[in-house]
Design a protein around this ligand. Structure first.
Ligand code: NAG
Ligand code: NAG
Ligand code: NAG
Length: 389
């Protein structure tokens, strides 16, 4: 124990002196500058009324910020270290209490009529996390997460290629679904040591990319919504947040496979997923506006500055550079830093990100976006973890 402590100490001493010669010290003081706005960003998220996907996304962001050791980016996230990740479990508990009988988490609001098949699963990972971090409710968490897994694998409609539909009453691909559903399937596989589930999560990402990938003015990016029932685009625009959902989801599936005991032998799948993440970062980062923000749409919709997609994609870049340094050079950090400064310097007195796309109307600016608040927590946590703070 003594030895471990002193080598950790030594490591941080080396890091600090290294940082001093490479300019990291200015990053550390910037970090301390921005640190003060984050509690308001977090409380604005918790204060906001949330739908199913917002509940799960809020839980994901708060876990990375408050208990990074249990997020899939942590060192050994699939077992308990004795600590209870209370704030994420609080959000998970509400998602489970509001589960509908068919298994969808966070669904029992507004008469349970929102029609989403995958959105509820966005809280699935934190609900399953309860089974090994909150012993007193172990059976409750297991039942709730098993019901959610059963719904997405066996009840939700499938498209003609076998992709799980994003909607409950029709067959549709939404880029959003890649974050909502597939990280949970992979996480379930990692926690229960079931490689079949890791492979299903990978295959679902692949099928969604096959359906939604388009050529855009700045490279290949994902269209937002395609109907497999009518074989037409509902939204063919290259939406910033849609691409961010896809990148956030594929990154989490890749890292989960990489960390799972049963994921060895799946290096090809991990490198495919990270190549697809890179494709999105390249297309979106080449479209930065004069304010150093991601536009709402690259093409096919309005191009106003959007701090929401910007924070999400900056978080993806920070994590990718830290975890896959050979594939992602320091040029990704350079862009992520620009996005971070543009986003955090615009946080309002109420802690809200601005300007942001309205999460209920992708063509318009909104006043408050719960997902944007969570994306900012993800960005800040990814930056912090990359600095080793
Ligand atoms: C398991 O979860 C389902 C879906 O929420 C629920 O209907 C059922 O009552 C739960 N069973 C137990 C034993 O908690
Ligand atoms: C792994 O998950 C799949 C899909 O849910 C299931 O059919 C299979 O029985 C599971 N395997 C084990 C060993 O639990
Ligand atoms: C970073 O540099 C690599 C290698 O030159 C290039 O392929 C990639 O497109 C660049 N990405 C960004 C976001 O600048």
């Amino acid at each position: 124990m003594q030895l471990i402590i002193s080598s950790v100490f030594l490591l941080s001493a080396i890091k600090l002196s290294f940082g001093a010669t490479t300019g990291d010290t200015s990053e550390v003081s910037l970090y301390q500058n921005y640190e003060g706005v984050i509690p308001n960003v977090k409380s604005a998220m918790l204060a906001s009324i949330r739908t199913s996907w917002e509940q799960g996304t809020a839980a994901g962001g708060i876990l990375e910020y408050d208990n990074p050791e249990y997020s899939v980016f942590g060192r050994s996230p699939f077992t308990s270290n004795g600590k209870e990740p209370i704030s994420a479990l609080q959000l998970a508990y509400s998602a489970a209490v509001r589960q509908t009988a068919d298994g969808r988490l966070s669904q029992n609001i507004g008469d349970a009529l929102d029609g989403a098949a995958l959105d509820g699963a966005s809280a699935g990972s934190v609900v399953l996390m309860g089974s090994f971090t909150d012993e007193s409710r172990k059976a409750y968490w297991l039942n709730a997460s098993e019901a959610e897994l059963n719904y997405i694998l066996n009840v939700a409609p499938r498209t003609s290629t076998g992709a799980i539909s994003h909607r409950a009453d029709s067959r549709q691909y939404w880029a959003d679904g890649v974050y909502m559903g597939f990280p949970f399937i992979a996480y379930y596989g990692a926690v229960t040591q079931n490689q079949t589930l890791l492979q299903i999560a990978y295959d679902q990402c692949r099928l969604y990319r096959d359906a939604l990938l388009l050529d855009g003015p700045t490279g290949k990016l994902w269209g937002h919504i395609y109907s497999d029932d009518t074989k037409t685009w509902t939204d063919k625009g290259l939406w910033g947040t849609g691409n961010a959902w896809a990148a956030l989801g594929m990154l989490r599936v890749a890292v989960t496979i990489q960390k799972a005991n049963c994921g060895s032998g799946m290096t090809g799948q991990v490198s495919d997923l990270m190549a697809w993440v890179k494709e999105i970062l390249d297309g979106e980062f080449a479209a930065l506006t004069s304010e150093n923000l991601i536009p709402d749409y690259v093409i096919g919709g309005p191009t106003f500055d959007d701090a929401s997609a910007s924070a999400a994609l900056a978080s993806v870049a920070y994590r990718s550079v830290t975890l896959f340094p050979h594939q992602f050079g320091s040029n990704y950090t350079t862009v992520a830093n620009k996005l971070r400064d543009a986003v955090l310097s615009r946080v309002t007195n109420l802690g809200t990100l601005s300007p942001v796309v309205d999460p209920l109307n992708w063509d318009a600016q909104g006043l408050l976006s719960t997902e944007a608040q969570s994306f900012a927590l993800m960005m800040f946590s990814a930056w912090r973890d990359g600095l080793g703070l």
